[in-house]
Design a protein around this ligand. Sequence first.
Ligand SMILES: O=C(O)CCC(=O)C(=O)O
Ligand SMILES: [Fe+2]
Length: 200
Amino acid sequence: MSFTVIIDDLAARGWSLQHAFLSPDLTADLAVECRTREAEGALRPAGIGRGDGAAVREGIRGDHIQWLEPGQSAPTDAYLALMEQLRQALNRELFLGLEDYECHFALYPPGAFYKTHLDRFRDDDRRAVTTALYLNPDWQPEHGGELRMHFDAAPALDVAPTGGTLVVFLSGEVPHEVLPTRRERLSLTGWFRRRAPEPL
Ligand SMILES: O=C(O)CCC(=O)C(=O)O
Ligand SMILES: [Fe+2]
């Protein structure tokens, strides 16, 4: 796996879009894993903000999530291993000082969306680079659910959440939203994080 294009895109313009980043087999295995967790009731309405105090506000985002931990399944471990390689490549080539990666499954039921936001919290700006990997194999334009990225000096870009597609962008610099989906939309969203600042 070569990360050269992703790294060059990030350096030049702050975002990258890779169609067919992941093999159809691993994408399908991850989709099965996501649906299994949903069937087991493991996916929970996502909060806004961090920790236990995170408020669930359906007017802002309507997805259900579950965080990945190492050792949960072969496909999730394979994906985490790939992202670890990407983390090391980003540090080597762009000196980003990324310390770790946090990642969750997300399932948007029909009608769900996520309003325009930046992937940074007021009380925690460790998130530096966002990744979104999509898991639905046969997404059609009429299904909606596009990721819309907003730019200062260019028209917004809509990305269809087609299985295997990976989007990477600078978490604090690209406002983005998920347009209302008309069918169940599956993804793995993650963040490479910088070191926490030393307390004074
Ligand atoms: O699934 C996507 O396309 C983006 C999700 C997102 O913006 C987020 O979870 O912060
Ligand atoms: Fe986001």
